[in-house]
Design a protein around this ligand. Structure first.
Ligand code: ADP
Ligand code: MG
Length: 237
């Protein structure tokens, strides 16, 4: 058991399907506020790795290894108690709920009505969408939806953030701004963040350690800063 330093640590992770290793021996430390990247082609087990960290992996996969978050071994912990937030490519905002109701959905149970209302309003302000409580999610732009999806995930007060190619459906210009928005918020909150992607630009923008999954599941490490140069752009989405 490690110290309570806010880090996310993966140790000796092996993911197999039908006896074939997809990922073999992945170990990674993600410091609070750092964005680490796991790269690999489609089908290399990236989404499976993240669902395992969340505690919701399909039993078809055989997985070995250990997950430590903030000094606690959470490998066998029930998903609700892990405090791991995840953002997907499809943001899955509920279409029958307003934007405000979608956000409120992320807030832990037991928080009172007035406090929920306040947290939703604060999240909308932070997403630069103040007063959007009653909007229908269908009326939002791609960038607005992405920001709301992030806020909903953060309202659940996670201690780590997982990103499953959440930028890959956005066009190039928007993609850069949404990526910046997500990374900045994760960093501000001091969340260890793990991004999986097959896009080298995502890894460069993350500016953290990079692991690459190879053909036979072997994992290659690349230290922070060894990627291509990072272009940072300021501004809103
Ligand atoms: P990635 O996210 O890197 O594209 P995935 O983790 O989604 O890869 O999938 C890894 C492999 O496992 C793929 O070959 C995929 O078809 C297969 N797979 C995904 N989910 C299941 C499942 N529930 N049962 C069996 N095979 C699956
Ligand atoms: Mg995937």
């Amino acid at each position: 058991m490690g110290t309570s330093d806010g880090a996310l640590r993966l140790r000796g992770v092996t993911v197999s399907l039908d006896g074939q290793p997809l990922i073999a021996g992945l170990s990674l430390d993600v410091a609070p506020g750092e964005v680490a990247t796991v790269m690999g082609p489609s089908g290399s087990g990236k989404s499976t790795l993240l669902s395992w960290i969340c505690g919701s992996v399909d039993p078809a996969f055989a997985i070995e290894g250990r997950i430590e978050l903030d000094g606690h071994d959470i490998t066998g912990t029930v998903p609700e108690a892990r405090r791991v937030g995840i953002l997907f490519q499809d943001d899955l905002l509920f279409p029958h709920l307003s934007v405000g109701e979608n956000l409120a959905f992320g807030i832990p149970r037991g928080v009172g009505r007035e406090e929920r209302r306040k947290r939703v309003a604060d999240a909308l302000a932070e997403a630069e969408l103040p007063g959007f409580e009653d909007r229908d999610p269908a009326t939002l732009s791609g960038g607005q939806r992405a920001r709301i999806a992030l806020m909903r995930t953060l309202l659940a007060e996670p201690k780590a953030l997982l990103l499953d190619e959440p930028f890959s459906k956005l066009d190039a210009a928007l993609r850069d701004r949404v990526r910046r928005f997500v990374f900045d918020h994760a960093t501000e909150r001091g969340l260890p963040t793990l991004l999986v992607t097959h896009d080298p630009d995502d890894a460069a923008a993350a500016d953290g350690p990079v692991l690459e999954i190879g053909e036979g599941g072997e994992v290659e490490a690349r230290a922070a800063g060894e990627g291509p140069p990072v272009v940072r752009k300021a501004g809103t989405i």
